[in-house]
Design a protein around this ligand. Sequence first.
Ligand code: HEC
Length: 220
Amino acid sequence: MSQAQALWWASESFWRKTAIWVTAVSFVVLIFLTFDTVKQITAGSKRVPAYSVINQRIEYKFDEKRNFQAPVIGREEPLFGKKLTEQEAEALVSHGKMTTQSKNCIDCHTLLGNGSYYAPDLTKAWLDPVWGSKESREEAMVEFLMNPQLVAHNGIGRKMPNLKITEPEARAVVAFLKWMASIDTNGFPANFKSIDQADAPAAAASAAPAVQPAPAPAQQ
Ligand code: HEC
């Protein structure tokens, strides 16, 4: 008896109680984290702007404190020159998201960390300098999405196949890409040079046509 008291940590009842407590506390923590995550990834929260953000200019600026490029939502700059209500913007962005899902873009691309690295990461594709000037960007993207086999603008030596994307689908995908670029992803993907960055080849990008005929010269 006295020996059993001395070895309290070896008793079965101690470990049973410990197991029950650990399970119960982890359960509560997991429920809390689930609600907290859902809140943080909902459109209209601090890091994930509302869909109507596509009515505004989206830039990337270097954040000294966090030491990476972070999205900055600027003045009004409606997509395709048409200001949308929150509902219209949500419908358009959702259509774009559905299109990326039905056409399986993540077979080749990465969106917000999901997908493959056969083709460029699309998380910030909206701000890729290859689209040329800000004014022609969205039309250049629509044209590319409808006829990607005609161009090779990234110099990665691969071309995107024609996925028979219709014009309304392409416009919706562009809205989805613009909205996605406004999400604060903690700097992911790293080493992305956006169109507005001071050290980006801005002059070269705006002087060159939005898309160049194949084959593109190797750049990287
Ligand atoms: C079979 C593989 C494949 C699939 C599927 C695919 N792509 Fe691509 N995509 C590519 C390749 C390869 C490139 C690079 C082409 C180039 O540099 O000209 C590319 C380039 C792009 C670019 C330009 C990226 C940038 O920043 O310059 C966009 C935007 C894009 N794809 C969107 C899409 C969307 C949207 C879908 C789904 C509807 C899709 N892709 C499906 C292979 C694919």
